[in-house]
Ligand binder design. Structure first.
Ligand SMILES: [Zn+2]
Length: 348
């Protein structure tokens, strides 16, 4: 179950984070509409084909070519049969009409599996081996672009953390945390980040301010202890499944690295909400964060890879080299950049 990385975070003062997970109402209606549009187009094609066939039929009759008459008649009957069948059952019209189309179309029989809800083997975007059922945080970074360096050590700036890849050790605590307000970074709740990430936020906020956006760091480092208390409270109330849908497990939150910052623009509203991505400040961040070594860690539409719903406020410091490489290569998830398996859910 995809969850919001930042759901129910104590001290953030933002109730209702869970609503973020429901960001796709009306999907069914959109899908149905598209399907209907395709069906209508196919019917029109069928009708045009019918008219063309009828004209050919007429000419060929005048020429008295009996053989062609048979062929044309069969064509007309086939097309009309398709149209009638299509009208009778518009939802299946794509399958029923397509066999007569002149250009082959990929067989629409297999529906792509919805990969967000299972922990089983999943389709990988890049050519990497099928993920094993157990996380292997100690594995060597095979295929990892050298620019990323060490992605397994918890203290590495480029460490990969997702639902298949916890921090090692689970209770990892950074050694160089800095309260960001000491750098003049606005943070209503006084959060901390690792030194290098804090400096990068400072530079980025200064640039944002020059562009007209007053930003606030709404969340930063979270300890394993606070995450444990939060998660175990949810388990007691909701069971493990409910807790996993609501909160990251201890050791699995990027916030525990001290390299993740939740950023808001209080003037713009939409604090820790998906609509932040549509604000000018949110768009400025999305477009420019890479220049300061940050990536938008949970982009829209890639929940099956990241394991999290769209979080336009959650930025992860990975350093300028990696962030620039991802930007230049047009790669939007860290998993894909590293050639690592999709991590839609915990392994168990
Ligand atoms: Zn976050």
């Amino acid at each position: 179950m995809a969850a919001s990385e930042d759901t129910g975070v104590p001290g953030d003062g933002v109730p209702g984070d869970g609503a973020v997970g429901g960001g796709a109402p009306g999907d069914g209606a959109v899908g149905d509409g598209a399907h209907g549009g395709v069906a209508a187009d196919e019917i029109l094609v069928g009708e045009r084909r019918g008219r063309v066939a009828a004209e050919k039929h007429s000419r060929r009759t005048r020429r008295g070519r009996a053989a062609m008459l048979v062929v044309a008649t069969v064509t007309v009957v086939a097309v009309l049969t398709g149209v009638v069948a299509a009208l009778a059952q518009p939802r299946d019209v794509v399958q029923m009409v397509e066999p007569t189309a002149t250009t082959p179309v990929a067989a629409p029989t297999s529906t792509p599996p919805a990969p967000t809800e299972t922990a089983g083997p999943t389709e990988t975007v890049v050519a990497t081996p099928t993920p094993t059922s157990t996380p292997t945080p100690t594995s060597t970074a095979g295929g990892t672009p050298s620019v990323a360096g060490d992605i397994t050590a918890a203290s590495s700036i480029t460490v990969l953390v997702n639902k298949l890849t916890p921090l090692e050790p689970i209770e990892y605590e950074p050694a160089d945390l800095v309260p960001v307000t000491t750098l003049g970074i606005p943070s209503m709740n006084g959060h901390s980040l690792r030194s290098e990430a804090a400096s990068a936020v400072q530079t980025m906020f200064t640039a944002a301010s020059a562009a007209g956006y007053a930003l606030d760091m709404t969340s930063g480092y979270r300890s394993a202890e606070s995450q444990t208390q939060l998660y175990e409270g949810y388990v007691a109330d909701l069971g493990q499944e409910g807790a996993d849908a609501t909160s990251a497990r201890p050791g699995y939150s990027e916030h525990q690295t001290g390299l993740a910052a939740d950023i808001s623009a209080p003037d713009a509203g939409c604090v820790l909400e998906a609509c932040f991505g549509a604000t000018e400040a949110g768009q400025w961040l999305s477009a420019n964060a890479w220049q300061y070594g940050f990536i938008l860690r949970y982009p829209d539409g890639v929940t099956h890879i990241t394991g999290y719903e769209y979080e336009p406020w959650h930025f992860r410091y990975v350093g300028a080299e990696v962030a620039t490489a991802m930007h230049e290569q047009g790669i939007v998830t860290y998993e894909e950049f590293l050639g690592k398996p999709e991590a839609p859910d915990y392994a168990g």
